[in-house]
Design a protein around this ligand. Structure first.
Ligand SMILES: NC(=O)c1ccc[n+]([C@@H]2O[C@H](COP(=O)([O-])OP(=O)(O)OC[C@H]3O[C@@H](n4cnc5c(N)ncnc54)[C@H](OP(=O)(O)O)[C@@H]3O)[C@@H](O)[C@H]2O)c1
Length: 228
């Protein structure tokens, strides 16, 4: 299996690279800058790719010469902790859309030539329907708005790719003890659940990927496998 992961420098992306490499997959780790921990994995690293910019499309296209069995669009940011509309900065929300929603669009646009029937796409979201509509801790507008846009992208793309037999899963990893979650907890916003380690989450994510076939394409799942 040849698998590509974005946001591979740390957190869930790093843990996914580690888990996939450990079982013998050939991993292409996409990042802006490699971290010490990513370097230490010894996987192929494609650095200097910012999925928040259109340059990423051509940069990823250059990696699409060799077929890919799996693409995981994992890179994400969470910077709008604002609880009230008056505190919300549109420019920050726009950045979240650029990375969280359009970053996944660019990732797929760049890599589509490397995908064939049976290749899988996974979009890492920040909660499915339930957490967007019913979460007790409101606020965090831009992050949630951008992830809702990502979810819709996933459902539309899954239908477009159905005739090509490329299954797509929108996967919510739930709370994880990563830099992103720690930053939100530190200011008392967001999900108070301390979460599991990136490694624990990655194990479940890999299990969901292994189960994925055309029967499950377009679904929004929590990493446990329940509907998100
Ligand atoms: N942690 C949670 O509780 C939680 C819950 C639900 C969903 N998620 C989702 O899980 C995914 C991974 O999050 P995490 O918790 O592992 O967060 P993290 O530790 O903050 O890692 C985020 C990763 O995304 C990369 N990234 C950010 N902006 C980028 C850009 N413009 N271009 C390329 N890469 C970029 C970062 O790279 P740099 O090192 O270059 O910044 C880093 O590798 C995200 O999509 C997040 O929304 C997380």
């Amino acid at each position: 299996v040849r698998a590509l992961v974005t946001g591979a420098s740390r957190g869930l992306g790093l843990a996914l690279c580690e888990a996939l490499a450990a079982r013998g997959d050939e991993v292409v780790a996409v990042c802006r800058r490699p971290s010490f921990d990513l370097d230490a994995l010894g996987v192929e690293i494609a650095a200097g790719i910012d999925v928040g910019t259109d340059d990423a499309i051509e940069q990823l296209r250059a990696l699409a010469d060799h077929p890919l069995d799996l693409v995981i669009a994992n890179a994400g940011v969470n910077e709008t902790y604002a609880a009230a509309i008056g505190d919300l900065e549109p420019a920050t929300v726009a950045k979240e859309f650029e990375v969280n929603a359009l970053g996944a669009v660019r990732t797929v646009q760049g890599l589509l030539p490397a995908l064939a029937p049976g290749s899988k796409i996974v979009l890492i979201t920040g909660g499915g329907r339930a957490s967007v509509w019913k979460a007790p801790n409101l606020g965090n507008y831009g992050y949630r708005m951008s992830k809702a846009a990502l979810n819709v992208f996933g459902v539309l793309l899954a239908e477009e790719l159905r005739p090509l037999e490329i299954p797509l899963l929108v996967l919510s990893p739930g709370a994880m003890d990563t830099d992103m979650h720690r930053a939100v907890l530190a200011i008392g916003r967001g999900n108070p659940d301390p979460g599991v380690s990136g490694r624990e989450a990655a194990r479940d994510v890999v299990a969901r990927i292994d189960e994925l076939d055309m029967g499950g394409t377009g679904e929004l799942l929590h990493r446990s496998g329940r509907a998100a």
